[in-house]
Design a protein around this ligand. Structure first.
Ligand code: PMP
Length: 362
């Protein structure tokens, strides 16, 4: 007779057995401000048109694995420099994992590095690929500690450094000169991945610098732009470098429905950009209202979320939860984030529910 616990002990990696499943709270009945989603849907007439296109999608065949049309649309519409290319992922989550898989060496432990605090999937993907993860603390104002980053690069010789621009969970853009110093220090020993998940809100990018730095890759996603549900991320770089990552990508990782929906959305990118502009405007208003509250520190954001410090994050989150508003308590993530919370910028109505509940918690 097979004993399931013995089976697990005999087969599953120790670090996986000791780990936990990525926690996504059930949001039904809640105002969901914990995942940086765009609260706006596509306008009704576009949804109808999309429905027709989806109905015509060929579902009995595998996707065409080259994804040529979608890739060309991304390159043409989203500022990928001439003669540079993209590979696609099932969300940028999958791309992070592809990057780790391709750079985790078998002859020695390779290092994946990021400033800290950073997006948690950098560390998780490094771990699952069998890499060592090195997090280099940011300064207290969440700016890059250039000297510490350069010293850590010298010491650990990372294969990859992830720089989220703007950073999650802090929301700020790093100083460009600090980023360039890191990219240059890596030279031909390490790859710099600039993660621009929040680029639609930041309106600044390293994309146009690709020709300057052969070790630079720029990763983006359609998630924050309003298409989190379709799961599409892309990675732009020089074709010769990209090809190496394409080797470890599962062949049909982007499904036909996603492909159709993404191509449709890119044909109507102006609608999504308009929504992003509206959210940027709302971010400014929400940030000002928050900054006026006693005991609240608002950190500058170039993303579609705001990170703030409150007197008692535990109490604030509990109060918001009781008012059926979901946000993220960052307090336990990192010592720089003591009593910090993160809230997605949403519609004026949802922002005001959040603001009132927050006020009541102070
Ligand atoms: N990078 C950063 C910095 C993020 O915050 C996120 C999502 N929160 C992602 C990547 C992953 O995005 P997705 O998998 O939806 O493309």
């Amino acid at each position: 007779m097979t004993d399931i616990d013995t089976l697990i002990a005999n087969t599953i990696r120790e670090d996986v057995r000791a780990g936990h499943i990525y926690n996504v709270p059930d949001a039904s009945g809640y105002i969901k401000l914990d995942a940086m989603e765009n609260p706006y849907e596509l306008p009704e007439h576009l949804r109808q048109e999309l429905a027709t296109r989806l109905a015509e999608a060929v579902l009995n065949r595998y996707p065409v694995a080259s994804y040529t049309t979608l890739k060309q649309k991304i390159c043409a519409n989203l500022g990928v420099p001439q003669s540079y290319d993209v590979i696609l992922g099932n969300g940028s989550d999958e791309i992070i994992s592809i990057i780790a898989t391709a750079t985790a060496r078998q002859d020695k432990r390779a290092v994946l590095m990021a400033p800290s605090p950073a997006f948690v999937m950098f560390q998780r993907s490094a771990q699952f690929a069998g890499m060592d993860y090195v997090g280099v603390p940011l300064k207290a104002d969440f700016s890059l500690d250039r000297a510490a980053m350069l010293a850590a690069i010298e010491k650990h010789k990372p294969a990859v450094v992830f720089l989220a621009y703007p950073n999650n969970p802090t929301g700020n853009l790093y100083d460009e000169a600090d980023m360039v110093a890191i990219i240059e220090a890596l030279g031909d020993t390490g790859i710099a991945v600039v993660d621009e998940a929040y680029q639609p809100f930041a309106r600044t990018s390293f994309m146009e610098r690709l020709p300057q730095y052969p070790n630079l890759m720029v990763m983006r996603t359609l998630s924050k732009l309003g298409l989190a549900g379709i799961r599409l991320g892309y990675l732009a770089a020089a074709p010769a470098l990209l090809q190496q990552f394409d080797k470890v990508r599962p062949p049909y990782n982007v499904n036909v429905l996603t492909q159709v929906a993404a191509e449709f959305a890119l044909d109507h990118i102006d609608v999504l950009n308009e929504q992003a502009a509206q959210l940027n405007q709302a971010r400014g208003e929400l940030a000002s209202a928050l900054a006026a509250l006693p005991g609240v520190t608002v950190f500058p954001s170039s993303a579609n979320f705001i990170t703030l410090r409150v007197p008692d994050a535990e109490r604030t989150c509990a109060k918001l939860f009781a008012e059926r508003v979901l946000i993220k308590n960052l307090s336990k993530m990192h010592e720089l984030l003591a009593n910090c919370i993160r809230v997605t910028v949403s519609t004026p109505e949802e922002n005001s529910v959040f603001l009132n509940a927050l006020k009541a918690s102070l």
